[in-house]
Design a protein around this ligand. Structure first.
Ligand SMILES: Cc1cc2nc3c(=O)[nH]c(=O)nc-3n(C[C@H](O)[C@H](O)[C@H](O)COP(=O)(O)O)c2cc1C
Length: 321
C-alpha cells in the first residue's frame, strides 16, 4: 500500500519531497522520465510563452508533451497580460496537465523587461488578477514560481506569496534570489522560511541544492514542503534518490546515460536524439578525465559507435581507479 502523500497541491497528491525544477532546454519529456525513475516527485515542463498558446499549434507546444502515465505534470506558462495568460491556460487545459504554473521568476531581459517572468512581481495587481481569473475559470490547480523580487530594494516575495494565496494559488515555489542576482551569490534560505511561515499553501524551496545533504538541510532549515533542484540535477538524476553522485561507481553513471539516451532517441528520433544528448553527456562526464573520448562521442551520429566509445570510457575509468 502506498504511504500518505508528502503534501497536496489542492487535490493533487505529491509523493516525495524532491522535485526537478523547470529548466528550459533540459526538463523535456526524456529527462523528466529519467528523473521520475530516480524519484523526482512532480514534473514541471519547460516554460512556454502565453502568446504562443493563443492560436494554432506551433513548435513551442511540444514543450507541453507528456509521457503516458506521467503524474503529476505541471505545465508552466508565462506572460504579462492576465487575459492572455487565461486564454493560454484554457487552450492547454485539454492536453491534460495536472497543474498549471505561472512563471514569475524568469530574470532574462527579454522576458522580465516586458513585465513577464519576474517582471510580474513588480505589478501585484496583475498577479492578483491572473490568479483570480485562472483559479475561477480552470478546473486544475494553479501555482506560481517566484523570486525574492526585482532587486534588493524590491524584495516583495512575502506580499506576492500572500496575494497568490488570497487569489486561489495552490502552491508557491520560491527561488531565493532577486532578478538582479540572476544565478549569482548564495540563495537566501531565510526568505524561504519566512514565506513558509507567512502562507498556508505548500511552499517549495529552491536555490543552491547541490548534494543530497542539502535537501534535508533546506527542509529542516526552512520548513518548506518540498525542495526543487535545478542545475545540480543536470547529469545527476541520483539527487532525487538522495544518492551522492561522487560516491557512485562509474557503471551507475553509464547505466543512466544509456537509459537517458534511449528516452531521447524514442522521443526525438534518430539521430536528433543523440545530437541533443551531447549537452547532457558533458554533465554526466564532469569530474572524470574523459575529454578525448567525449570529443569523439560528440562527433558521432551513430548509436553503435557511441556505445563503443561508452564502453571505452568505462574501461578507461576502470583502469584509472
Ligand atoms: C538552463 C536553465 C533554464 C531554466 N528555465 C526555467 C524555466 O523554464 N522556468 C522556470 O521557472 N525556471 C527556470 N530556470 C530556473 C530554475 O528553475 C531554478 O529556479 C534555478 O536554476 C535555481 O535553482 P538551482 O540553484 O537548483 O539551479 C532555469 C534555470 C536554468 C539554469
Amino acid at each position: 500500500m502506498r504511504s500518505e502523500p508528502t503534501f497536496w497541491v489542492r487535490d493533487v497528491p505529491v509523493y516525495g519531497d524532491v522535485i526537478l525544477a523547470p529548466m528550459a532546454g533540459f526538463s523535456d519529456v526524456p529527462y523528466r522520465a529519467l528523473c521520475t525513475a530516480y524519484g523526482s516527485a512532480m514534473q514541471y515542463t519547460e516554460f512556454v510563452p502565453a502568446d504562443a498558446l493563443q492560436g494554432k499549434r506551433n513548435p513551442l507546444w511540444r514543450r507541453l508533451d507528456k509521457r503516458p502515465g506521467e503524474y503529476p505534470v505541471v505545465f508552466q506558462i508565462f506572460g504579462n497580460d492576465a487575459r492572455m495568460i487565461l486564454r493560454a491556460a484554457q487552450n492547454i487545459e485539454s492536453l491534460g496537465p495536472d497543474i498549471i504554473d505561472i512563471n514569475m521568476g524568469c530574470s532574462t531581459r527579454k522576458v522580465s523587461g516586458r513585465g513577464a517572468g519576474v517582471g510580474m512581481m513588480r505589478r501585484p495587481e496583475l498577479v492578483a488578477e491572473t490568479f483570480r481569473l485562472l483559479t475561477t475559470h480552470l478546473s486544475v490547480p494553479v501555482t506560481g514560481k517566484i523570486r525574492l523580487g526585482w532587486d534588493e530594494d524590491e524584495r516583495n516575495f512575502l506580499e506576492i506569496g500572500r496575494i497568490m494565496e488570497d487569489n486561489g494559488a495552490a502552491l508557491a515555489a520560491l527561488h531565493g534570489r532577486t532578478r538582479a542576482q540572476k544565478y549569482n551569490e548564495a540563495a537566501d534560505w531565510d526568505a524561504i522560511a519566512e514565506l513558509k511561515q507567512a502562507v498556508s499553501i505548500p511552499v517549495l524551496g529552491n536555490g543552491d541544492v547541490r548534494v543530497p545533504a542539502d535537501i534535508d538541510w533546506m527542509l529542516a532549515y526552512t520548513g518548506c514542503d518540498g525542495v526543487m533542484v535545478g542545475r545540480a540535477a543536470v547529469g545527476n538524476p541520483w539527487i532525487f534518490s538522495r544518492q551522492d553522485r561522487a560516491a557512485l561507481p562509474f557503471t551507475e553513471i553509464t547505466a543512466a546515460i544509456r537509459l537517458h539516451l534511449q528516452e531521447m532517441l524514442a522521443y526525438y528520433g534518430r539521430p536528433h536524439g543523440l545530437v541533443l544528448f551531447r549537452k547532457h553527456l558533458r554533465r554526466y562526464f564532469s569530474g572524470y578525465a574523459l575529454k578525448a573520448i567525449m570529443q569523439q562521442m560528440f562527433q558521432t551520429e551513430d548509436e553503435a559507435e557511441f556505445e563503443e566509445l561508452l564502453v571505452e570510457a568505462e574501461t578507461a575509468v576502470l583502469n584509472h581507479t
